[in-house]
Every structure is written in C-alpha cells, then in structure tokens.
Design a protein around this ligand. Structure first.
Ligand code: PBG
Length: 332
C-alpha cells in the first residue's frame, strides 16, 4: 500500500510548508542536459527571420547560426535539431534537394562541426517533406505514399547527413523498415558510430501546424499523413512500433507530439529500457506562448510542461523553449 498512515497523524502538507522542504522532497528536476533545441534554417545571408505562427522562434541563415549556437553551447544544451525552410524553386515531386550536398542542412552541419567540433551534438531529420512539392515525407504515386521506394531515398539522405558530420540520424518519416535500411547503409559506409534516434511513435497530429508553416510545407501539403503517421487513438501500436525500431537498430526512440501523449512515454519507458525522447511540438509551443503573451497563464507553465515529460519518464525533451529555459536554468 502506498499510504502508510492516516490523518491526523499523517499530514502531507507538512512536507510542503516552505520552499526548502519542497526542494528537498522534489521527485523530478529539469536541467540543461534534458534539452534538445530545434533550429530552422533559411537561405540567404545575414538574416534572422521571425516565424509568424511561432512567437519567439526564428529562421537563421547559415552564417547567422552562431548567434544562437554560441548561447546553446554556453548553456550546455547537449544537442540541436536542424530543420530547413526550402525555397519553392528547389522542391520537386521526388524531394531531390534532400540529396544535394550543398542543401541548407548539409551546409549547416559543416559550419557547426567546423566551429564547435564536439561541443554540441547535431541531430537531423530524415524525411522528404521539406523538399517535396506535395509536402509528404515519402514519394507520392497515385495518391499513395510509397514505402519501399521511399526508404531507398531516405537511406541516401541519412548517409549524406552522416558524411557531412551529423551525429544523430532522426528518421521522422514513419515508413516501415527505414531504421534497418538506414542502419545497414550507415554500417556499410563505415558510419558505425552514428546514432539513430527513431521517431518511433509519431502520431498524425493537428499540433504540427506551426512547424509546417515554419518549414514552408503547409500550403504544399496535399491531404493528410494518416497512412503513415499513427492514429492518435492507439497506444499498443506504439509499443509495436518501438519494439520493431529497437530490433532494427534504433539507439533512442521518440514519442511525438508531447503533452497529449505522456501516457505513451510512460508505457514505452516501462516496457523498454532505452532512452526515450519527448518532442514538445510546434503547436504545443505556440499555444503556451500565446497563453503567456495574452496573460492567460504565467511563464512558470513552461517548466510545468517540461517537468511533466520527466515525470512521465522521458530522458530528454525536444522543445522550442530550450534556449530560453537553458538561459534561465544556468542563471539560477
Ligand atoms: C517532418 C517533421 C514534422 C515535425 C518534425 N519533423 C512535421 C510533420 O510530420 O508533418 C513536426 C515538429 C513540430 O510540429 O514541432 N517529418
């Protein structure tokens, strides 16, 4: 039994009576080591461009990345995640810009590795949606997203990222078999140390709206992603996805979105002894930010949400709050 006494001998409020005791009995904490910072990239020079649907988040040109990376490194954020806003003229039905070694992501990896070496990890999304004119993560044929043909290209995209110096390959496409295909391709090319963080339980969610705006795939997207991303009614299926990806070679797994899926984080953590990463996605970020900016909730709500991921069992959180929170945490 969890309760080992009763009122009036037992008064749980005693352990809440002041700040020092609350700190002493605190069960979960948040540190800079828990944070992964997503960054949006844009072509051009000398630009830091605001994103309408994501107050306080920016797109950076490659030369301006040090603006934010200096801070991330200073505050010991362990890893960043790169997402490109691809100019329409580079998009086509095959997403071939994904395989261009001078695309935004590749140029950014080279700059970051040159300037920061191993001071910060780089994680890259593997999916075609920033590069396809139809906005899907894989190849589209007769209204269908092809699986086996898509993973051929995704493996090439992953290999290119590894060649550029990416540390952690993060397939977010939800095609079947892509982790095995990517692991084999990496190993064959002697990238045995490059990790795979699989977006294993990724749901077809309405909370990705602002992200699609940030990478410019919103208007492009034809239809929805329900034939490859998961149905949000399911959690047993999440366990099957995770089990499969671990067998195929994933080093870490992601649950995404975050807050509406804390139960999924918990069951994955209980069932598999593997690092679990939560993604507090763009829609969650923007709702919270709007609430704060409108005075509906206060800023501490940010910590409340981030700690909820730790409570649920996540090892780390991808969050657009990472830079702001890390700055605050290191000044405490
Ligand atoms: C692309 C991808 C998406 C996100 C991360 N990688 C969008 C999508 O699947 O449509 C969403 C991130 C966010 O909303 O913050 N495969």
């Amino acid at each position: 039994m969890i309760i080992t006494g009763k009122y009036p001998n037992l008064r749980l409020r005693r352990n809440r009576k002041s700040d020092w005791i609350r700190r002493l009995v605190q069960e979960n904490t948040l540190s800079c080591n828990d944070l992964i910072l997503p960054l949006f990239l844009i072509d051009g020079k000398n630009k830091k461009e605001s994103i309408k649907s994501m107050a306080g988040v920016y797109r950076y040109t490659v030369d301006k990345l040090p603006l934010i990376l200096d801070k991330a490194v200073k505050h010991k954020i362990p890893m960043i995640a790169l997402f490109p806003y691809t100019n329409k003229k580079f998009k086509n039905s095959l997403g071939s810009e994904a395989l261009n070694e001078n695309n935004l992501v590749c140029r950014s990896i080279r700059l970051i590795k040159k300037k920061y070496k191993d001071k910060i990890g780089i994680m890259c999304d593997v999916a075609l949606d920033p590069y396809t004119d139809h906005g899907h993560d894989g190849l589209l044929q007769n209204k269908e997203i092809l699986n086996d043909e898509s993973i051929e290209i995704l493996a090439k995209q992953a290999l290119l990222q590894a060649e550029m110096g990416c540390d952690v390959i993060a397939p977010s496409d939800m095609m079947d078999g892509r982790i095995l295909k990517i692991r084999k391709t990496l190993d064959k090319n002697n990238f045995k140390k490059v990790q795979i963080l699989s977006y294993a339980a990724k749901y077809a969610s309405s909370f990705y709206g602002p992200f699609r705006d940030a990478v410019g795939s919103k208007k492009a997207l034809k239809g929805d992603k329900k034939t490859y991303q998961m149905d949000y009614s399911n959690n047993e299926e999440a366990l099957r996805e995770v089990a499969l990806d671990i067998k195929e070679g994933a080093d870490m797994v992601m649950v995404k979105p975050g807050m509406p899926y804390l139960d999924v984080i918990r069951i994955v953590k209980n069932n598999f002894k593997i690092p679990v990463i939560a993604y507090q996605v763009s829609g969650e970020y923007s709702l919270i930010m709007n609430g704060i900016n409108k005075g509906l909730i206060n800023k501490e709500a940010i910590y409340e949400t981030l700690i909820s991921f730790k409570r649920a069992g996540a090892n780390a959180i991808v969050t657009y709050f990472a830079d702001k929170v890390a700055e605050k945490l290191s000044s405490n």
